[in-house]
Design a protein around this ligand. Structure first.
Ligand code: CMP
Length: 150
């Protein structure tokens, strides 16, 4: 199953702008299956840990502040080659550089308010999915709990 999942967040700005539905429609049209999903809000410590790889970057504190500023949608998505396929769908981190038709081109406001997060590797897809979801919160296509040992 490795390589078939990616993790995404619809960020506070996109939630505030009522883009949850349109973004989920793009995800659906692109052939991703939703394995797990929740509407939640990050606490400061959680955002710091999630983005700890960027802790030395000048934008880190602003990123944490923004990501805790309102509710977010988090989800695990399934499709063959999910990480790369989803990165193609969302487009470049900076919406000004994103291709026409990508989620960030359509719904992002700036490099910080960039509408969605997508995992950058299979390893991070697993780490990020585990950060938000237990195994019993994941469902296979037939509606059964996903990858839980009998
Ligand atoms: P995301 O895919 O969530 O991963 C890290 C986030 O850091 C990224 O999206 C952007 O929102 C943010 N980010 C990356 N580069 C910059 C930058 N130069 N200035 C501000 N925010 C940035």
């Amino acid at each position: 199953m490795a390589g078939n999942i990616t993790f995404t967040m619809i960020k506070p700005g996109a939630v505030h702008n009522e883009y949850i539905g349109p973004i989920l429609a793009k995800i659906n049209e692109a052939g991703f299956r939703i394995v797990a999903m929740k509407f939640t809000k990050l606490r400061t410590k959680q955002a710091e840990v999630f983005y700890s790889v960027h802790s030395e970057r000048p934008f880190y504190r602003d990123l944490v502040k923004f990501m805790t500023s309102g509710p977010i949608v988090v989800a695990i998505l399934e499709k063959p080659n999910a990480v790369d396929e989803y990165r193609k769908l969302i487009g470049s981190t900076d919406p000004e550089k994103a291709e026409e038709g990508t989620i960030r081109k359509m719904f992002a406001e700036s490099v910080q308010l960039n509408a969605v997060h997508g995992s950058d590797s299979n390893e991070n897809a697993i780490i990020e999915s585990d950060f938000f979801f237990s195994k019993s919160e994941r469902f296979s296509k037939d509606g059964e709990v996903y990858e839980v040992a009998p």
